[in-house]
Design a protein around this ligand. Structure first.
Ligand SMILES: Nc1ncnc2c1ncn2[C@@H]1O[C@H](COP(=O)(O)OP(=O)(O)OP(=O)(O)O)[C@@H](O)[C@H]1O
Length: 331
């Protein structure tokens, strides 16, 4: 199989006051088996809406997929019933979030929550499930798992809770893990431990990961491929090496200039002035980054750039590069 996941021209949005607004607008990318794909961009770029679309977990009654396809292991998720989707979620695709306290149920023990997911998805006895819960806790670096299994989420530290979330997410050995800002709420030492843990599980279980983050240090540490999103669209897609050494889109360049680097002495770190446009204020033509772009021209307000390859495996959506695109690579 070439791709574990294929997202094709995905359009997702929200019905607000009788109008429909796109939060993800024509996004295409794929994730190969065992690949770690990072999705970066400022708050409000559509990263979380995209992952909720993949999981078919958009808020009911307001959020919906309006176009395109999400194909997981060859199956278009749009064609799957809620029951079929329930059997995929947690088993084949799992998700971990930034703040485990909101995902863990405070009234049930850690063991109950781990066992529940395995009983739902695996053909396994009550005794086996208990043993496996303890082994899983051990495998995510929790000491005294026989004791922790009977404790409640509030009895654990933030780092321990995130380890528990990872144990729940990998309990059924999913093929794809979507990690949405998994370490943002943790201090740097614990963050490094959790990232190391995720990487070792990914290698051991042959899992693919979509890692959503605004932290480029995390991207450098973890990812193979990176997608840079801005205002619901992909503005650049490339491998990690290119992202750091050969960024092309003005937005990516500014993101790069806003992080401290060991190999360069700079007077002042760059900041990106302004904010991501809200859904209601999204420009309908032209480049969505135009108001904040140091390289913008008048044309950027009237011509919508297309994502195209500037070199093999490196796509950019910016008029600055459009004249150099090979015609057949534009999409
Ligand atoms: N339930 C919702 N109802 C209406 N608009 C929403 C809803 N959820 C998200 N949005 C809007 O969709 C856009 C994309 O939001 P999203 O949460 O995907 O951004 P993000 O890149 O994940 O940001 P963050 O890093 O802060 O999580 C934003 O403009 C946001 O306000």
């Amino acid at each position: 199989m070439n791709s574990m996941l294929e997202v094709k021209d995905l359009k997702t949005g929200f019905d607000i006051d009788g109008d429909f607004y796109h939060a993800v607008d024509g996004v295409s990318f794929s994730v190969k088996p065992r690949q770690i794909v990072g999705i970066v961009g400022e708050s409000g770029c559509g990263k979380s809406v995209m992952s909720l679309s993949i999981m078919k977990l958009l808020p009911k009654g307001i959020g919906r997929i309006a176009g395109g396809e999400v194909v997981f292991q060859g199956k278009n998720i749009e064609s799957l019933s809620e029951n079929e989707m329930n059997s995929i979620r947690g088993k084949d695709i799992s998700m971990i979030f930034q703040e485990p306290m909101t995902s863990l149920n405070p009234v049930f023990t850690i063991g109950f929550q781990l066992e529940e997911i395995m009983l739902n998805h695996m053909n396994i006895s009550k005794k086996e499930v208990r043993e496996r819960a303890i082994t899983l806790l051990q495998s995510v670096g929790i000491s005294r798992p026989e004791k922790i299994v009977d404790e409640y989420p509030h009895q654990l530290s933030g780092g321990m809770r995130q380890r528990v979330m990872i144990a729940i997410a990998i309990a059924c050995q999913p093929k794809l893990l979507i990690a949405d800002e998994p370490t943002t709420a943790l201090d740097v030492t614990v963050q490094a431990q959790i990232l190391e843990l995720l990487k070792s599980i990914q290698e051991k279980n042959d899992m693919s990961i979509i890692l959503i983050t605004h932290d480029l240090g995390v991207v450098a540490e973890m990812c193979d491929e990176v997608i840079v999103m801005y205002a619901g669209k992909i503005v650049e897609r490339t491998n990690v090496d290119n992202l750091f050494h050969n960024p092309q889109h003005p937005y990516t360049k500014l993101l790069m200039a806003s992080i401290p680097r060991m190999d360069e002495v700079v007077e002042e770190l760059a900041t990106i002035k302004g904010i991501v446009p809200s859904l209601k204020n999204m420009p309908q033509v032209g480049c969505r980054f135009v108001d904040r772009c140091p390289s913008a021209t008048a044309e950027c307000r009237t011509v919508t750039p297309k994502l195209a390859e500037v070199e093999s495996g490196h796509e950019v959506s910016c008029l600055l590069y459009e004249s150099s695109y090979p015609k057949e690579s534009v999409r």
